[in-house]
Design a binder for this molecule. Structure first.
Ligand SMILES: Cc1cc2nc3c(=O)[nH]c(=O)nc-3n(C[C@H](O)[C@H](O)[C@H](O)COP(=O)(O)OP(=O)(O)OC[C@H]3O[C@@H](n4cnc5c(N)ncnc54)[C@H](O)[C@@H]3O)c2cc1C
Ligand code: FES
Length: 236
C-alpha cells in the first residue's frame, strides 16, 4: 500500500492524484488502483499521467462508483496499486521524429508523460466546454506546454482544424470517434484502446477485441495498437 500525497480537483469531474513512492513505467502503460477500505473488489485501470522523483501521478475522471470513491480520498490515505501493465507508445522509435499527440476528454491523461518522454511534440487537447473552467483549462494547457507546443480546443471537432498528415506519427487517446478520425488523417497513427478490465495480466479475457484480424487482449498486447490495424466498427 502507498500513501496519497494529494488528490486535486482540476475540473468539474477531473482529478489528479499523486502517490508517494518509487515507480516505473513507460508512456501509455497503466496501473491498477484500488482502495482496500472500499467496496472495490476489482482494481481500476488508470494510465500513467506522470512519474517523478518519489511519486507517480494519475489524472482521472469520475464516471462510476470506483472513480467517485477515488475522488473522495485524501492526503495520507492508503491506496493499493499494481503495475505497470500494457505495452505503451513506441517512444524510442519516434524520439527524433515530428510527432503529434491528440487527446480528447479523459484521453488527454496518458499524453502528459508521453510528451515528457518525446522530443518536443505538438500537443492537441480537446475538452467539452463544461469540463473545466477557463482558468482550469489554462493551468492544464500550461502544464502540457512544458513539453511541446500545446493547443487546447474547446467543444469543436479539432481534427478539422489541424493538418495531421504533416507528422511522422500521430499518437492518440480519447473517444473512439476521435481516434477513428485521427487514424484516417495519418497512416502512422497509434491509438490507445480502453476496455473493461478484470485481471490486467491476460488471464481473464474480459478485455479482448479484434485487431488486425486477430482476437487480442487490450491489457497484454495493448492498450496501444497501430490505428491501421484496429477496426473500430468491431469494437464492443
Ligand atoms: C488501459 C486503460 C487506461 C485507462 N486510463 C484512464 C485514465 O488515465 N484516467 C481515467 O479517468 N480513466 C482511465 N481509464 C478508464 C477507467 O479505468 C474507468 O473509467 C474506470 O475503471 C471506471 O470505474 P468506475 O468504478 O468509476 O466506473 P464503473 O461503475 O465501472 O463504470 C461507470 C461507467 O463507465 C463505463 N466504463 C467503465 N470502465 C470503462 C472502460 N474501461 N471503457 C469504457 N467504459 C467504461 C461503464 O460501462 C459505466 O457506464 C482507463 C481504462 C483503460 C482500460
Ligand atoms: S483484463 Fe484480464 S485478460 Fe485483460
Amino acid at each position: 500500500m502507498y500513501k496519497i500525497a494529494f488528490n486535486k480537483k482540476i475540473g468539474i469531474d477531473f482529478y489528479i492524484m499523486r502517490i508517494e513512492g518509487n515507480f516505473e513505467g513507460s508512456p501509455g502503460q497503466f496501473y491498477m488502483l484500488r482502495s482496500e477500505d472500499s467496496f472495490m473488489t476489482l482494481s481500476r485501470p488508470i494510465s500513467i499521467y506522470d512519474i517523478g522523483d518519489n511519486y507517480i501521478e494519475f489524472m482521472y475522471k469520475t464516471v462510476g462508483k470506483g472513480t467517485q470513491y477515488f475522488s473522495k480520498m485524501q492526503r495520507g490515505d492508503s491506496i493499493t496499486l499494481y503495475g505497470p501493465y500494457g505495452n505503451g507508445f513506441p517512444v524510442d522509435e519516434y524520439i527524433d521524429k515530428k510527432v503529434a499527440l491528440v487527446g480528447g476528454g479523459m484521453g488527454i491523461a496518458p499524453l502528459m508523460y508521453l510528451a515528457k518522454k518525446l522530443n518536443n511534440p505538438d500537443i492537441y487537447l480537446g475538452m467539452r466546454k463544461e469540463a473545466m473552467s477557463p482558468e482550469q483549462m489554462r493551468e492544464i494547457g500550461e502544464s502540457y506546454s512544458r513539453y511541446g507546443a500545446t493547443y487546447f480546443n474547446i467543444g469543436n471537432d479539432m481534427t478539422e482544424k489541424i493538418d495531421l498528415s504533416k507528422y511522422d506519427a500521430v499518437m492518440t487517446c480519447g473517444p473512439e470517434i476521435l481516434m477513428k478520425k485521427v487514424k484516417n488523417l495519418n497512416k502512422n497513427t497509434y491509438v490507445s484502446l480502453e476496455k473493461h478490465m478484470g485481471c490486467a495480466v491476460g488471464a481473464c479475457l474480459s478485455c479482448t477485441c479484434d485487431v488486425n484480424g486477430k482476437r487480442v487482449r487490450v491489457c497484454k498486447e495493448g492498450p496501444v495498437f497501430r490505428g491501421s490495424e484496429v477496426d473500430f466498427k468491431d469494437e464492443d
